[in-house]
Design a protein around this ligand. Sequence first.
Ligand code: AMP
Ligand code: MG
Length: 491
Amino acid sequence: MKEGNFKNEAGWNFHNRYGELPPVFYKRQMPEPVREPRLVILNGGLAESLGLDNRVLQSKSGAEAFAGNEPPEGAEPLAQAYAGHQFGHFTMLGDGRAILLGEQITPSGERVDIQLKGAGRTPYSRGGDGRAGLGPMLREYMISEAMHALGIPTTRSLAVVTTGESIIRETEQTGAILTRVAASHLRVGTFQYASRFGSEGDLRALADYAIERHYPEAAEAENPYLALLQGVIKRQASLVAKWQLAGFIHGVMNTDNMTISGETIDYGPCAFMDTFDPSTVFSSIDRQGRYAYANQPPIAGWNLARFAETLLPLLHEEEEKSLQLAQEAISAFPKQYHSNWLKGMRAKLGLFGEEEEDKVLIEELLGMMHEQKADYTNTFRDLTFDRREGSSLYDLEQFDGWEKRWQERKDRQKESREEVLKSMKNSNPAVIPRNHRVEEALEAAVERGDLSVMMNLLEVLSKPYAHSSEQEEYSAPPPPTDPPYRTFCGT
Ligand code: AMP
Ligand code: MG
């Protein structure tokens, strides 16, 4: 027998546990109905893997469900409470425009959150209208699905509907709601909230829930809460290494935007880097460059230290011992991150085994790429397919020397050329969601109601390691822009 309370036409199979947590963690909140829900895009493959019937979801009742007008059977809508450090400053936040419908149990027995983003005001909305615009929601859809295809853990996007209502930002926009699917929406900020505003019992209940949901093996450990902390650190070390390897810049790594599950969440001002430059920042509000590309690993470490602090009362009865355990766990993060990154970089260069000099080899290449303003993604593609044109990088004498040493390093390993090529093809994407392509797709969809540009882009992005001929035109870097590309939070 499958777990779950309901079975119905669409296949919703909710079994909601978050709502069994102490009441400080949420407020029951129905989505605010909208005038005229219309389905813009539905993720058929994802729907199927969730056990949902695409035919039903595409019908009027699907749009009504995704708009929050008629929440699916078994849904128990609520807004989650959380706090967080935003650009270093602690604030009370919470779901201001997102409503959790419930936890879907999939046919394979997984449990995922189904959340409507832009579903109306909640007790945590502060001054906001609880709504979202079509452009930002389609942008999240495209980038999150591209991240998933790249093999980077992420929340997913199931559907976007328009509401038939306008929202007012700098300009008037088409209102929309995104259905987000996540391993859960537990954040570092949820623990910060518990620690600041809840009792020790509340905190323990939250930690137990996180263990049950994401780290069941921690329950068996001698110190389950320490195992939870170590588990989150390990997953984040892996996640942020994947971001760096793909050239992904999250843009707003506040502690409320860091998950306990280890998934990427909150696609506001994020963007992929074209030209390799560690100081790249896209977000218009990140004036100090706090969340620049090169800062992402240390910021993740900082966020995890905030997480560790919240767990202090649970780690040990004695405060000093607790601190010691937390510090030990946190101090492992930079090393874990670095070893994930190095492993990934070796794969990108087709290097098997480990040699002392690998790090120097990698860093020398990155140094030259930075100096020559080389395209990050395409440089690794060029190396994969033995192409040496289109960048001043390849004219450098230093590059010749580097290439010779890279070749010698590959000659020292027993793996064949085919194996090297395979590793490189699987680690170096042909396409990433380049900003100019994403903008082009959004412009067509939002301004002209033409979804075909976005659909084509999504298709290409769904197989980033295919290296097919159709992908060729999508791999071109953008024409130089002046001023540089900027992203906005889109709230
Ligand atoms: P974000 O920048 O998306 O991480 O959001 C930060 C906080 O602002 C969260 O608590 C959001 O729920 C809240 N928020 C963002 N946009 C809105 C909105 N339009 N209405 C109400 N709350 C919002
Ligand atoms: Mg957020």
